[in-house]
Design a protein around this ligand. Structure first.
Ligand SMILES: [Zn+2]
Length: 396
C-alpha cells in the first residue's frame, strides 16, 4: 500500500464519532480518570494493546501500542485529554458537554473540541487503521493528562519514565495541538526577570528637592522595554517581551523609593537567558547614561526556571516526512506555524532529545465559550499523519 492508500482509509464520520464521545465526558485538569477509562475501553474493544502509566492513579495516562516488529523506529502520537473548566456556561450557545456539529457540517462544538479532544480522536482512529498492518517499527499513542496546568502528571512524567528507561524511547513524536494545518517544529522558550527601580523616598512636599520617584523612573524603563522586537526566526516568528506586573508605593503622600516590575520574555531559537538579559540591561543602561538618578537591579525570576527555546531541525526525517506528506496530500507547500499560540507538551519530548513536530487542525474559541474545531481540518490532519506514519514505518 502507498502513503496515499493509508490516507484514504481516514474516515470523517469515525473521527467525529470518537471526538463526540470524548467531549461528552467532562475532564478538567485534575479529573481525567473517566475519560481515560473510555480510552482503555475503546482500545479493548478493538484489540489494541495499551498500558496505563500514572504518577497519581486519579490522573492516569494511556499508552496504546502497535508493534508488529521492533526492527525499526518508534513513532509516538501525543495528545492531552484534560481541558480547562467551563467558566462562563451562560455564554455558550450549545451545552459544552453535548457535542454538536454545525448545520453546514463545518464545525464540531464542545469543551475540548479544539483543545484538543478531536485531535486525540484522530490519533485513536489512526491506531484503528494501522492496527493490523505490517509496520517496520512501532506506532504508539500517548494519551496524557495534565497538559493545561504543566504536565507534571502527564507528558513530563512519561518523558521522565522514557529517560529512566522504563518506557520505550520514541524516535519521533507527533503533536496534535491546534496549528491551523501548519508545521510546528520549534517552540519558543520562556524566561522571567524582576526589575527593581531604586529611587529615594521623601515627603511629597520635598519631592523635587530630596525625592527620586521610582514610579516615574520605572515608567521610562517600561516604555523603553515593552515594544516590538525586531528579530524573526522562520520556525516560530518573533520573540516577545511584555511587562506584566508592577508594584510600588506605600502611601498617597510619600514619594515611592522603590518600584518593582516583572518581565515575561519569550525566546526564539538562538536566543539565551544571557542574551535576553544583555538586551534588557543595554536598554536600561541607555536610560541611565542620560539620567544620573536612574538606578536599577535585575534578577531572573526566582520562582520559575527558564525554559529554553527548542527546535527539531528541518532536515530531521520526521519533519521531512511530514512536509512531504503535506505536499502529497494537500497539494500545497508546507508552512511553519509562526502565528504562535502558546507552548505544547512537545517541548518535553524535544528537551529529551526526541525529534518532535506538531501538525494539527484549526479551530476557534479554545479555552472560551463556543469552542469549536474545523472538521475538514481534522480529516486533513488524519490524512497527512497517516501518510507520515506510513512513510516513517514503511507500512504495508
Ligand atoms: Zn492543548
Amino acid at each position: 500500500m502507498t502513503e496515499q492508500t493509508w490516507a484514504d482509509a481516514v474516515n470523517r464520520d469515525a473521527i467525529i464519532d470518537i471526538a463526540s464521545q470524548l467531549i461528552a465526558i467532562p475532564s478538567p485538569s485534575g479529573d481525567e480518570r473517566a475519560v481515560m477509562e473510555f480510552v482503555q475501553r475503546w482500545c479493548d474493544d478493538r484489540g489494541i494493546r495499551y498500558q496505563v502509566v500514572a504518577k497519581d492513579p486519579n490522573r492516569p495516562n494511556v499508552i496504546g501500542s502497535i508493534e508488529p516488529s521492533t526492527d525499526g523506529p518508534t513513532v509516538v502520537m501525543n495528545g492531552h485529554l484534560d481541558t480547562v473548566p467551563v467558566s462562563d456556561p451562560a455564554a455558550w450557545q450549545t451545552s459544552p458537554f453535548d457535542p454538536v456539529v454545525s448545520d453546514d457540517g463545518a464545525r464540531l462544538y464542545g469543551r475540548g473540541a479544539s483543545d484538543m479532544k478531536s485531535s486525540v480522536a484522530v490519533m485513536l482512529h489512526l491506531m484503528d487503521i494501522f492496527k493490523d498492518s505490517a509496520l517496520r517499527g512501532r506506532l504508539q499513542v500517548h494519551v496524557v493528562s495534565d497538559e493545561e496546568v504543566g504536565g507534571q502528571f502527564g507528558a513530563v512524567y512519561l518523558v521522565n519514565e522514557i529517560v529512566a528507561g522504563s518506557l520505550p524511547r520514541p524516535d519521533y513524536c507527533l503533536i496534535g495541538e491546534k496549528s491551523d494545518l501548519k508545521v510546528r517544529n520549534a517552540e519558543r522558550g520562556i524566561v522571567g526577570f524582576h526589575v527593581t527601580i531604586l529611587g529615594r523616598a521623601s515627603h511629597t512636599a520635598t519631592a523635587r528637592a530630596t525625592g527620586i520617584n521610582a514610579i516615574a523612573k520605572a515608567a521610562k524603563a517600561v516604555l523603553a522595554l515593552d515594544r516590538d522586537l525586531d528579530k524573526f526566526h522562520p520556525a516560530v516568528g518573533k520573540p516577545v517581551i511584555s511587562i506584566n506586573t508592577i508594584q510600588a508605593g506605600v502611601a498617597h503622600n510619600v514619594v515611592p523609593g522603590e518600584c518593582m516590575f516583572t518581565i515575561d520574555r519569550r525566546l526564539i531559537p538562538g536566543e539565551t537567558v544571557a542574551s535576553a538579559l544583555a538586551e534588557i540591561t543595554g536598554a536600561l543602561d541607555h536610560i541611565a547614561a542620560t539620567d544620573p538618578d536612574f538606578r536599577y537591579d535585575i534578577v531572573t525570576d526566582p520562582m520559575r526556571d527558564a525554559i529554553p527555546a527548542s527546535i527539531t531541525p528541518e532536515d530531521s526525517p520526521l519533519v521531512q516526512a511530514l512536509q512531504q506528506s503535506i505536499r502529497d496530500i494537500t497539494e500545497t507547500e508546507p508552512a511553519f506555524f509562526v502565528a504562535w499560540a502558546g507552548a505544547t507538551d512537545g517541548r518535553y519530548y524535544r528537551q529529551a532529545g526526541i525529534d518532535t513536530a506538531g501538525y494539527g487542525p484549526g479551530g476557534e474559541n479554545a479555552h472560551g465559550a463556543n469552542e469549536a474545531v474545523f472538521i475538514d481540518d481534522l480529516v486533513t490532519q488524519g490524512r497527512v499523519w497517516a501518510a507520515t506514519i506510513a512513510r516513517l514505518l514503511q507500512a504495508s
